[in-house]
Design a protein around this ligand. Structure first.
Ligand SMILES: NC(=O)c1ccc[n+]([C@@H]2O[C@H](COP(=O)([O-])OP(=O)(O)OC[C@H]3O[C@@H](n4cnc5c(N)ncnc54)[C@H](OP(=O)(O)O)[C@@H]3O)[C@@H](O)[C@H]2O)c1
Length: 330
């Protein structure tokens, strides 16, 4: 198998979408505990854009190719792999290497394709499901009946967060950059979409909760949102940071932090160990995959592009015109 070649998309150098370059590479072989997937579809994520720009290097040992999630068919398994065999239809979370005809995944990061879904829909799930689960539930300690403010409500992360929290008994407020996107958040289940260009989310959330505020905030913006998130929180509220689209060293209001007994936390997914990701995978299989199979959480694929047009997929993502996920097809 080592001599066989595969089509990939390389990042030729840090830069704009045009640096995404079709190339040929050797097909990888699965090592112990690894699964080789013949990729049928690969999800595009904002971290791929940040990596392409040169600001998010792959963790040690990961592929230098972009691509954090795929769906496809198992082509080979390495020594010691259990529970998944050649020919199985799977999707997987990767630390890199998804923009390729074949991708390697540690077995702990491989999931069956939820019943009733095709490859494109399945490829749109792993990165957002893993990220939302671990941040809302593990870090954010969400419980049914709580209210959650989701920033970037129409992002790939946002569409998963709105649906998952709603399905598990939460009330979601979601911000987005236009009135149409705010309504799209409501169509996904948010009790109120907030057009942040026209409305102040702190005011909206406080009014809608009779001054109490929300229990949890999932934030990818940072910058001046951090102090406003504190203002939007209820007593004992939790703020979970997953990105910093508007700057990573914002001021914190210590008085409000103390007075409301807030928790400020956050995490990154990519650099965590396969065993840690395996624990999240097990929670997803038990709690989230049945909701997807039952149609209570629906993959939201905004657009698909052939692998060779990955640059156009990145252009669309950077325009922020999308609602939900962008997927590459093979
Ligand atoms: N920590 C982790 O483990 C982890 C894992 C995966 C992703 N992430 C992060 O989560 C975020 C969402 O990822 P994604 O793949 O879902 O991306 P995406 O679909 O491209 O969504 C990004 C969203 O952010 C909004 N946005 C863009 N620039 C902004 C700015 N300067 N200020 C405010 N909002 C802005 C856009 O919505 P509007 O146009 O409506 O503003 C857009 O919908 C990314 O920042 C990504 O890096 C973190």
């Amino acid at each position: 198998m080592a001599d066989e070649r595969m089509r990939v998309i390389e990042i030729a150098r840090p830069g704009g979408p045009e640096v995404l370059t079709p190339a040929m590479r050797s097909r990888p072989e699965p090592g112990a505990g690894e699964v080789l997937i013949a990729v049928k579809a690969a999800g595009v994520n904002r971290p791929d854009v940040i990596q392409r720009m040169g600001h998010y290097p792959p963790p040690p040992g990961a592929s230098d190719l972009p691509g954090l999630e795929v769906a496809g068919v198992v082509a080979a398994v390495g020594e010691g792999v259990q529970g998944v065999g050649v020919g199985a239809r799977v999707c997987a979370l990767l630390a890199g290497g998804g923009y390729a005809e074949f991708a390697l995944a540690p077995q702990q990061q491989v999931l069956p394709i939820p019943e009733g879904l095709g490859f494109e829909a399945a490829a749109s799930l792993p990165e957002t499901a893993f990220t939302v689960w671990t941040n809302i539930f593990d870090r954010g300690r969400f419980k049914a009946g709580e209210s959650v403010l989701v920033h970037g409500g129409t992002s790939g992360i946002g569409v998963m967060a709105i649906q998952l929290v709603t399905a598990l008994g939460g009330r979601v407020f979601a911000t987005a950059g236009s009135p149409e996107k705010a309504r799209a958040c409501e169509a996904l289940g948010a009790v109120r979409g907030i057009d942040y260009r026209a409305e102040d989310f702190v005011t909206v959330v406080r009014e809608a909760t009779e001054g109490r505020g929300v229990d949890l905030v999932l934030d990818m913006v940072a910058g001046d949102y951090l102090i406003r998130n504190q203002q939007a929180c209820a007593v004992e509220g939790r703020i979970v940071m997953i990105a910093m689209l508007q700057g990573g060293r914002p001021p914190v209001d210590i008085m409000t932090l103390m007075a409301k007994r807030l928790t400020l936390t956050g995490s990154t997914l990519r650099a965590r160990t396969s065993d840690q990701k395996g624990e999240i995978r097990d929670a997803l299989l038990a709690r989230v995959w049945p909701l997807i199979a039952a149609g209570r959480i629906k993959p939201v694929v905004h657009a698909t592009f052939p692998l060779d047009q990955a640059a156009d997929a990145h252009r669309l993502m950077e325009s922020s015109a999308h609602v939900g996920k962008i997927v590459l097809t093979l």
